[in-house]
Design a protein around this ligand. Structure first.
Ligand code: C2E
Ligand code: MG
Ligand code: MG
Ligand code: MG
Length: 278
């Protein structure tokens, strides 16, 4: 009996694993060549100043539409790009596109918008990445503090010295550093002490229930107060309702990002929204 059950459990497990592995294999296969085939597009989600109500900048979010697989979410393809190393050329494409758009946006409205770009751990092994970024900023005459690089504590957890060095250099260049998904990991507090973060982004899982759930609200309140006393600006992620926005205003949150104001948009639509909102 036990043996039969064991065998069944085993074969069930391998069947599930097989499906997962097959999907990964397919995604990785399609991702090779996807850049050359122009299948990636950046969307931009505006970030809004809570007190003033202005758009202050945007976060660049990658979208992938593949003829075979259709739309694949970043939640699914970014980890595969990360594991396969494909995130290196894809990540460079993201930075190039995002800065190209930022240049256009700043010049169109003569306003100093910021652009936030996500960096995954593997991209720190791209030793030329910072030179690549520096050259584009110089070329486009974009102030270094208009660019914000978002990292999660996953980047810092390995404790590798080249990551530490890269972060020191990012800071020395005047590029902003942002802690993404704050609250979802293990030891973010010690990283805030060790690294020169400028911005802290409270994960949307905390924002979700702030108007109904007192402990969540208290945590967000404390996080904002702590960030301010450390000299960091705070972005609340995933703001979906007016009630959440009003509460975050009471809690002195600096900026919000979320569906209440806007979903991530293609470049052209963000320009339209931004012009209409001036
Ligand atoms: P993230 O950096 O934390 O980005 C925020 C995610 O929350 C985005 O999901 C965004 O669309 C979503 N979001 C924003 N407002 C709301 C809201 O009000 N409600 C809900 N339910 N969701 C909201 P997205 O675009 O699917 O990206 C998922 C994750 O994939 C990102 O999380 C980031 O970790 C990663 N990612 C996306 N683009 C890139 C990229 O270019 N490079 C790297 N390395 N990672 C990326
Ligand atoms: Mg992010
Ligand atoms: Mg986030
Ligand atoms: Mg994330």
């Amino acid at each position: 009996q036990a043996k039969a059950l064991g065998r069944n459990t085993y074969s069930f497990f391998t069947k599930e694993m097989n499906i997962i592995m097959q999907r990964r294999f397919e995604i990785e296969g399609q991702m090779r060549g996807a850049l050359e085939r122009n299948e990636f597009e950046l969307y931009y989600q505006p970030q809004v100043d809570v007190k003033k109500g202005h758009i202050i900048g945007a976060e660049a979010l990658l979208r992938w539409n593949n003829p075979v697989l259709g739309n694949v979410t970043p939640e699914e393809f970014i980890p595969i790009a990360e594991n396969s190393g494909l995130i290196v050329p894809i990540g460079r494409f993201v930075i190039k596109q995002a800065l190209w758009f930022l240049h256009l946006w700043q010049n169109t409205e003569q306003k100093k918008y910021t652009m936030a770009v996500n960096l995954s751990p593997r991209q720190f092994r791209d030793t030329e990445l910072l030179n690549f970024i520096k050259n584009i900023l110089k070329d486009k005459q974009i102030d270094t503090d208009s660019l914000e690089l978002e990292i999660t504590e996953g980047v810092l957890m390995t404790g590798q010295s080249f990551i530490h060095d890269a972060i020191v250099e990012i800071n020395a260049l005047g590029i902003k550093l942002s802690m993404d998904d704050f609250g979802t990991g293990y030891s973010s507090l010690s990283y805030l002490r060790q690294y020169p973060f400028d911005v802290l982004k409270i994960d949307r899982s905390f924002i979700n229930c702030i108007t109904e759930n007192k402990p969540d609200c208290d945590l967000v309140k404390a996080t904002i107060a702590m960030s301010h006393s450390l000299g960091l600006k705070v972005v609340a992620e995933g703001v979906e309702t007016k009630e959440q926005l009003l509460l975050l205003n009471d809690l002195n949150c600096d900026f919000v990002q979320g569906y209440y104001f806007s979903k991530p948009l293609p470049a052209k639509q963000l320009l339209e929204l931004s012009a209409a909102h001036k």
